[in-house]
Design a protein. Structure first.
Length: 495
């Protein structure tokens, strides 16, 4: 029997809850907005509180006999050609950890692309998994990392035949995509699973003009953030499963270790409604977004001093395998300013919030929600930025290391370095010591320093100069980076 994608089980159950006049003597304590602060109700509206009900004992009965969530997950799986789908309200940061724990355990090896998000590193710290880092393909001209090739995963498996599987990020926050089919084949020749962190690819299944997505390419587990490129609310995430290399109940129990017992029905409803929207209208909506993005890209290219990265910049020998055009990544180096300066100016003077920003780029994310009015404001703001750029302070220099300088040796397991005896040392004396914390330029959230890596002067100089230039470093224990937390003296021997 074919799935009926006109249905939205979570939304329908929520409507029934209100229609039946359910009266709750259970959490949440605001009791359907009645107890919420009047000022909060005025700002947020009562609809937020009316949608905030218990998932079991509210949306469904105490034994979930209505299978509300399960039916919604089954429809989501059908929409993207997965065999099983699980919703989570803790973001893809949880989903990717659950996927890792379902494939490898403490002291077992997992191949991981080194351009991975900080949530993966947190998963290593929590689990004790031993990472085998697979080097990205580095664009030395643009100082940008792309996903590793299938050949690099093949080589890593040959060198570490005891690895339990692999994890790769595709697409990256910059829109660059890996050859997932080839990487999946490398894994499956060994009967090992491939995890794809597809947090930025929720939209990919819904238009043929977009790159292929993980389930279509043969991946075993796919993690997707519905809130990033879809219509879900922040923290809404799903993970999909195909094949028999990872058992669905095992994946679910690993997720239960990390997930909340008080999930937000609001987030469930957002994911459920987004799936219905995409199945019924996704091709039309994504087609419109692609056409609009093409117009925006062409218009930006006509603005002096700006260059929007395209397929020719990101794809080719030694670079990415495919390209998503919706993240418009704009190089501002021609203006003599940094991406940090550009993002700050646009927010302060034109009320425009950019997505990405780094030492030379800003990112303007185009989705199916945009139109010529929103993109017109973007283009006007960018033209104004060009006019204002000569008056901005001289761009602080960010000392970006070469690809070989950027990579540091993993001297200890991330978990051992993070939880072991540690001390704070002045940054000027940190080179040669083993990091006991993570340091991550954010966005896009790819750590420059991992717990267990032996610190080097080029990376420390990059972080110091980046911080002075406006780089956001949210996770070091010393926000000003005057000191760095390192493994205590006497505990620095490599494993």
């Amino acid at each position: 029997m074919s799935a009926d994608h006109h249905r939205a089980p979570v939304l329908e159950a929520l409507a029934d809850f209100h229609r039946q006049g359910q009266l709750a003597f259970s959490p949440p304590g605001h009791k359907q907005a009645r107890g919420a602060d009047p000022a909060v109700r005025e700002l947020l509206g009562d609809a937020v509180f009316l949608g905030d009900v218990l998932a079991s004992g509210g949306l469904d009965d105490r034994l979930t006999r209505g299978r509300v969530l399960r039916r919604a997950e089954e429809l989501m799986a059908d929409a993207v050609d997965a065999e099983h789908t699980f919703f989570t309200t803790c973001g893809s940061s949880l989903s990717v950890k659950a996927a890792m724990l379902a494939v490898a355990g403490p002291h077992e090896k997992l191949l991981i692309s080194r351009d991975t998000h900080k949530s993966v590193v947190s998963g290593l710290v929590l689990s004790g998994i031993e990472p085998v880092w697979v080097e990205p393909r580095w664009d030395a001209e643009r100082h940008l990392a792309h996903a590793p090739s299938a050949e690099r995963f093949e080589q890593a498996f040959q060198e570490h035949p005891d690895a339990k599987g692999a994890l790769v990020v595709s697409p990256t926050p910059y829109g660059a995509c890996a050859d997932l089919k080839a990487i999946a084949e490398v894994c499956h020749r060994r009967s090992l699973p491939l995890i794809v962190d597809e947090a930025w690819g929720a939209h990919l299944p819904f238009h043929p003009g977009l790159p292929s997505w993980a389930m279509d390419a043969g991946a075993d587990i796919c993690v997707t953030s519905v809130h990033k490129m879809g219509s879900g609310l922040e923290q809404g995430s799903v993970f999909h499963l195909r094949g028999d290399l990872v058992q669905p109940q095992l994946l679910k129990t690993r997720a239960d270790l990390l997930g909340t017992t008080s999930p937000s029905v609001l987030l469930y409803a957002g994911m459920d409604g987004w799936r219905r929207q995409m199945v019924l209208r996704g091709r039309e909506l994504m087609g419109g977004a692609l056409d609009l993005a093409a117009e925006v890209r062409a218009a930006i290219e006509e603005i002096d001093g700006l260059h929007v990265n395209d397929r020719d910049d990101f794809c080719g020998e030694g670079l990415a395998d495919d390209f998503d055009p919706l993240p418009c990544v704009i190089d501002v180096v021609g203006l003599g300013i940094t991406g940090f300066q550009a993002a700050d100016w646009l927010r302060e003077h034109r009320r425009l919030d950019m997505h990405l920003n780094d030492h030379r780029r800003i990112g303007a994310q185009i989705t199916h929600a945009d139109d010529r009015e929103t993109t017109g404001e973007l283009l006007t703001g960018l033209k104004d930025l060009v006019q204002a750029a000569p008056e901005l302070p001289r761009a602080p220099r960010v000392d970006v290391p070469s690809p070989t300088e950027l990579r540091m040796a993993q001297a200890q397991l991330p978990r051992d370095a993070f939880f072991g005896p540690a001390e704070d040392v002045p940054v000027g004396r940190a080179a040669g010591r083993i990091a006991a914390e993570m340091i991550t330029p954010y966005p896009p959230g790819i750590p420059a320093v991992l717990p267990g890596e032996r610190l080097t002067e080029p990376v420390l100089r990059y972080l110091r100069t980046g911080l002075e230039a406006g780089m956001n470093l949210p996770d070091p224990s010393d926000p000003e980076l005057r000191t760095i937390r390192v493994v205590a003296a006497g505990n620095q021997s490599a494993e």
